[in-house]
Design a protein around this ligand. Sequence first.
Ligand SMILES: N[C@@H](CCC(=O)N[C@@H](CS)C(=O)NCC(=O)O)C(=O)O
Length: 228
Amino acid sequence: MVTLYSYPGLFGVADNNPFGLKAYAFLRLSGLAFAQEHIFDASSAPRGQLPYIVDGEDVVGDSDAIIDHLTRKHGVKMDALLSDRERAFGHCIKRTLEDLYWVMSYSRWRDPRYWPSFRQQMLTEHPVVAESAMEGAREYNFVRYQHQGIGRYQPEQVYERGIADLRAIATALGPQRFLFGDAPSSVDASVYGFVANILYFRIGTPLRSALESHPHLVRHCNELHALM
Ligand SMILES: N[C@@H](CCC(=O)N[C@@H](CS)C(=O)NCC(=O)O)C(=O)O
């Protein structure tokens, strides 16, 4: 049995961190039996980051490595029919989502307009989390934003970047049901991990407003959410 270790949910999504939700969505779509353990402390994870899985003797961190491992070890067929071009395109989408991650994270932890609502929701849904832990995580994230670079831009410039990422993903999807046709691939699971963490957050960030202007992407997210 596979166990997925990931951050806790929020606003009805299974993990408030998009990388963990991506791995969760892949597992759900794969049909494999698995358990999900919600944790806050990433120190036991490979490289100290969530998500990771324990699969028998194997301990695997990193959402893409998890997907590769499960595909190989358990013969998951979700991506089996993708062409090399589709795989390359999927790779570019996954990397775009990683850029979007920073903007999404910034909107929650750094932007003073949305931080109070995010903080309050975390404390309300997860009483085990201390206020001081939220403040500590916030400071830690400020340092990460500075090193990554996003913390050096004006907020409008930060959001412009994330809005452009969402526009590119929505354009790539177009009116298709899933990115590569009528069946979901690991790339759809990835898109769900990030988009659901914007769409279902009842906090009106510029990212969520931009997302709502892409009805096909919203429909894609809702369809996958119903399968979770
Ligand atoms: N490349 C990794 C990224 C995972 C990641 O960024 N995890 C962060 C989420 S904020 C984490 O666990 N950070 C803990 C820490 O930095 O202490 C993946 O795809 O899983």
